[in-house]
Design a protein around this ligand. Structure first.
Ligand code: FNR
Length: 387
């Protein structure tokens, strides 16, 4: 089986008059998802920082890169598998952490639905700290597909330790520490409707299920406001390099730093014993006016060499974007908003639809362009083109 076999599956089903239920392009998914989502959730998912030029730049950066095809390779079957932090994965695709998955799904349990799609596809999910269901339940719903836990490091160190230890006990395979979101970026779309989901009590299950958090909010059951107020006090820790030894002391899990975009930071992180770096500008949701994440990927890849894996997200909208990011040196590539759109449309089945379409396109592109595996792709000739 190749991921690209989805193509024949679709065409053959068409002979019985069946066409795909949901759109196959990122733009089509976005339009359909907007119609399916409540305005407040849509605004939170779609919006970014400032005038969103960095958010748009992340996407358009992919249009400025092109692969030189290779012929007579005979890539009749493609092997997209990769090894990442001891996890053997069928492809280099992963689901980026998204904190409002719960409310993005029609049944209010989108974290579990995403985990079930992860179980069905073998594509790992990075489960966010901000979740509508506790991390243990999310991990269980992913079945035998490995996953990672994303930490928003609280200022309360005991709470941080508790969350990290829970993630380890639950069976996550790595800890992804997000560095760029200890304070929320200026997001005019959300500000205009004065809506921030967490302050309305959304996505706080990991806190409410945590003994350290609960001990600090004894009236949680009767006074939901005290929960939100305490959460707002402890949520964001402006970490420094001096905090890395403490983070390391919390767990034996591989630690990945998300939001590293500067080559010097990447090198310093590796020298400090970090197990992976994750190039991302949070999809342009945090800081506007920056450089598209894709443009910074090669610098980080050369600073890190083969020392640790380099994960990447921000602007990935298709299988061809996945292939481009791999060819530019990423070890694994994260899908963000497009799978949230699938989730809003069809729950677990909607996420699975998006993931399978992205993987099919990536696989067929590798077939056509003569790249039988990810290693071949990583030595591909990538050119800059006029968008
Ligand atoms: C995010 N992202 C994110 N990142 C993270 O580390 N923890 C989180 O809880 C969230 N939450 C979140 C919510 C929403 C609605 C979005 C869209 C994104 C960032 C995410 O992991 C990833 O970096 C971006 O989604 C990549 O940008 P694109 O490709 O989705 O535009």
């Amino acid at each position: 089986m190749d991921f690209g076999d989805l193509q024949n599956e679709i065409y053959f089903r068409g002979l019985q008059g069946v066409v795909p239920k949901w759109p196959l392009t990122a733009a089509g998914l976005e339009t359909a998802a907007e119609a399916a989502m409540p305005t407040s959730v849509w605004t939170y998912v779609a919006g970014g920082a400032g005038d969103e030029r960095t958010q748009r730049g992340n996407v358009s950066a992919f249009a400025r890169r092109g692969l030189v095809p290779r012929m007579l390779v005979g890539a009749a079957h493609r092997d997209l598998s990769v090894d990442l932090f001891g996890m053997h994965l069928p492809s280099p695709l992963f689901l980026a952490p998204v904190g409002v998955l719960g409310i993005a799904a029609q049944d209010g349990h989108g974290d579990l639905a995403t985990a079930r799609a992860s179980a069905a596809t073998g594509v790992p999910m990075i489960a966010s700290t901000l979740s509508e269901d506790p991390l243990e339940a999310v991990r269980d719903a992913a079945g035998t597909t490995p996953g990672m836990f994303q930490l928003y490091t609280p200022t309360d160190r005991d709470l941080a330790a508790s969350l990290v230890q829970r993630a380890g006990r639950a069976g996550f395979g790595a800890l992804v520490v997000t560095l760029d979101t200890w304070v929320t970026g200026w997001r005019p779309r959300d500000l205009q409707i004065a809506n921030f989901p967490q302050l309305r009590g959304a996505a706080l299950a990991n806190y409410l299920s945590d003994p350290v958090f609960r001990a600090a909010v004894p009236d949680a059951a009767t006074d939901p406001r005290s929960v939100v107020e305490h959460w707002a006090r402890v949520f964001g820790n402006p970490l420094t390099w001096d905090d890395l030894p403490w983070l390391r002391s919390l767990t034996d899990l591989p630690i990945v730093l998300k939001g590293i975009c500067a080559a010097d930071d990447a090198r310093r992180a590796v020298d400090a014993g970090i197990d992976g770096v994750y190039v991302s500008n949070h999809g342009g949701r945090q800081a506007n006016g920056g450089v598209p994440a894709l443009d910074l990927l090669p610098d980080v890849v050369s600073a890190v060499g083969d020392d640790v894996p380099v994960l990447f997200d921000s602007g990935v909208r298709s299988g061809s974007d996945v292939v481009t990011a791999l060819a530019m040196g990423a070890s694994a590539v994260g899908l963000g908003r497009p799978y949230v759109h699938g989730l809003a449309l069809g729950g677990a089945a909607g996420v699975e639809h998006v993931v399978r379409a992205v993987l099919a396109e990536a696989d067929l592109l590798m077939a056509v362009n003569g790249f039988p595996d990810v290693a071949a792709l990583r030595s591909a000739d990538v050119r800059t083109v006029d968008a």
